[in-house]
Design a binder for this molecule. Sequence first.
Ligand code: GLC
Length: 450
Amino acid sequence: MNHVSANQLEQQAARVLGGNNRGSHTIPSPSNYPHQWLWDSCFIAVGLTHLDPQKAAAEVTTLLSGQWANGMVPHMLFSESKPVDGPKFMHMDHLLWDSKRNPQAPKHIFTSGITQPPLIAEAVWRVSKKLNNKERKQFLEKTIKRLIKYHEWIYAERDFNGNGLMSAVHPWETGMDNSPPLINHMHGKHIDFLSTAENMAVSGMVKAVRRDAKETHLDERTLSGDAFILAAAAWKLRRTKYDHQEMRHHANYIEDVALNSILVRNNMILGELAEASGVELPDELLANMRRTEESLDKVLWDEETQMYYSRDARSSQLLNVPTVGSLLPLYAGTIDKAKVSALVAHLREGGSFAAQYGVPSVPIGHPEYEEKRMWSGPAWVNMNWLLIDGLVRAGYEPEADGLTEKTLKMVQKGGMHEYFSAQTGEGLGIDNFSWTAALTIDLLKSRRQS
Ligand code: GLC
C-alpha cells in the first residue's frame, strides 16, 4: 500500500468513527447496532487514542458507568436518546432484556444482563498512555477500582468450575455469537425448534422479522434457526433474573478459549495499572488470576492437533472445531514457546489458518467453513489485531507485520465493513463499522512508527 492510500484509508476510518460518535460513546454502526457494546467500545477507544485521547477516555468511562453493583460490566448499554439510529423497534431492546429485574443492575441506565470479553484493562492502559500526567492520574483514579471490581466479579460469578476459567453463560458473552463450536453446542437441546425456524426462513416469514437482514444478506448473518436459539437462550437467562446461581443451573455454559485468553492478558495489564496507581490487588484475585493462566494452558490445549479449544464446562469435553479463537492464547502472552510456535505454524503459509486476506474465523476447507457467514469463515479486523499484538510480544515481528499488511489490504479492498471474505477481501456484514475503522487507524499508526 502506498503512502497516499494509507492516508486516505485513515481519513475514511476517522470519518466512520466521527459519524458513529454519539457524544459520550460510539455506536458500532447506525444501521444495526444503535447501542454501546463492551468490547466494541474497547477497540474503539484504542483507535480514538490517535485522534482524540479525551474522547477515548470518555468512551471507557461511559462504558464503566453501566457497571452493576456486583461489579459486572454489561455487554450492552442502551441508548436513551431519541431513536435516531436503526429501526425504531431496536430501541425496545431494554424492555426485552429487562435487566432491572436484578437488584444489582444500575438504576440510572438500561443495560443487558450479561458481559462480553474483558478487554477494558487493555483500553484503559492504551488510553492512559496518551494522556498527560495529570489527566492520566485522574483517569486511573476514576477507573482502577471499577476495573478491579469487574475482574473480581468475573471470578465470583463466572468461574463455575473453580479452575480460574471464565464460563460464558451465552455465546453472546464471547462476542463470537454463532461461531460453530458455540452454536453446535446449543443445538442438541433445540433441534426441532431449529428445523421449524429454518422452514419458516424458507417461507420468507423469518426474513421479515430478521432485524439484522435489512442491510445485509441473510447468507452473511447468523442462520435464522440459530438466531432463534440465541434469542431463546437469552430469554431463558431473563427468567433467571440474571442471577448467577440460577444461570448456572439453567444455562448451557462454555469455558471459551478466546474469552479466557483475553482475560489472562487483561489480568496482567490490570496488575500493571494497579501498580501505576499505587493500589494493591487483593491476594484472592491474584490467586485466581494465576489459576486462569494455568488452566488455559493445561485444560484447553489439545496435544494431538496442536491447538486450543473451548470446552463444555459441565462435561469437560473440548469443542474441537478450530476457530480463530483457538489462536488467541497468542494474545494471552503466557503460553510456552513450543505452543506459541505451534500456533504460529497454523498461521503461516500452508498452515490451516493461512489465507490471502486476514485470518479466517474457521479454517478454509473445514467442513464448518462458510466464506460469507459471520464467525463461520470471514476474517475480522479485531481478531487480526489481537493476534498481531500477541505476535509482537512473542517476538514474531515479521509475522505480525505480514498480518498487519494483509489486514490493511483487506480493509482497503473491502471498505470499513464488519467482516471480510478471507479469500477475496470482499467486505461483508454491516458497512461503516466502528471497530474496523478504529483498529485500522491503530494498525496504520503502529506500522508507520516501526
Ligand atoms: C455482533 C458481534 C459482537 C459485537 C456486536 C456489536 O453481535 O458478534 O461481537 O460486539 O455485533 O458490534
